[in-house]
Design a protein around this ligand. Structure first.
Ligand code: B12
Length: 215
């Protein structure tokens, strides 16, 4: 049954069918499949295939947009079903997708999982300018600034954010974590980010580690 639901989720994303995606999400949750497993083995597997088809020139923008819409619908349903930690933990995180980048599905999953783990999260959305990351972190009294990017062309903004933090004397005040499909630990080291996470679960783990270092 579980495998069938994963296949239905993958199919729905490949077809860009938001209704079928929503149905697969609900069925998966009804069957008590872990929301993150359902996301990873169903919907993310599907959108990765879409990305490959697009990259290979076998799928075009309208198809990509339809698949993304189906993915957004399923993600909203699944995010809402992530079990919530009752206790709030100390840790305030400002997070956004960098300027020039409209991809936010992965970032939204990270936000949902952090909140479910009791963190206080300010989600700045997508296409966020460096100045805004910093201003909002100051206002929110954040401990951590997280940035996401899916485009190789906008990875440089994560580097510029590090540079701006150093320039304004705020690098010691905030720990930074970077993520997004093209981002690696190597990139994080290169730009001087404090941490990197490859997925939402890893993000929660790394953020806990950063907070331990801070206190
Ligand atoms: C969906 C999608 C879109 C949707 C986005 C909708 C949305 N609301 O996000 C739309 C249709 C808008 C889109 C547009 C474009 N896209 Co697009 N898109 C994708 C696709 C297929 C999937 C991305 C996704 O959602 N993955 C699923 C999520 C769950 O994974 P994730 O984002 O990696 O996030 C996880 C981790 O990375 C991590 N993480 C992410 N962020 C963060 C942040 C922190 C702090 C932490 C700790 C962790 C973390 O945790 C997440 C959860 O596990 C990818 C292909 C791919 N496989 O990546 C292409 C892809 C990223 N797109 C691509 C391109 C080229 C474009 C366009 C330029 C196309 C065009 N010509 O217009 C535009 C760019 C628009 C812009 N300025 O941003 C290319 C990028 C190539 C490159 N080298 O840069 C890709 C790789 C496709 C390809 N193979 O060519 N796209």
């Amino acid at each position: 049954m579980t495998e069938k639901i994963y296949s239905a989720a993958i199919e729905a994303i490949l077809q860009g069918d938001a209704e079928k995606a929503a149905e697969a999400a609900r069925r998966g949750l009804d069957e008590r499949i872990d929301p993150l497993e359902l996301m990873a083995n169903g919907f993310i597997a599907g959108i990765n295939q879409v990305g490959e088809l697009f990259g290979a020139g076998k799928l075009f923008i309208p198809g990509l947009v339809k698949s993304a819409a189906a993915m957004e619908k399923a993600t909203a349903i699944i995010n809402a079903a992530i079990p919530q930690e009752q206790e709030t933990v100390n840790g305030r995180i400002v997070i956004g997708t960098v300027e020039g980048d409209m991809h936010d599905i992965g970032k939204t999953i990270v936000v949902a999982l952090l909140r479910a783990n009791g963190f206080d999260v300010l989600d700045l959305g997508r296409d966020v300018a460096i100045e805004r990351f910093i201003e909002e972190a100051e206002k929110f009294k954040a401990d951590i600034i997280g940035s996401s990017t899916l485009l190789t062309t906008t990875m440089v903004v994560q580097k510029e954010l590090e540079e701006e933090l150093k320039k304004s004397g705020l690098k010691e005040k905030y720990k930074t974590i970077v993520g997004g499909a093209p981002v690696t630990q190597r990139w994080a080291n290169r730009i001087g980010a404090d941490s990197f996470a490859q997925d939402a679960g890893d993000g929660v783990k790394k953020i806990k580690q950063l907070l331990m270092k801070k206190s």
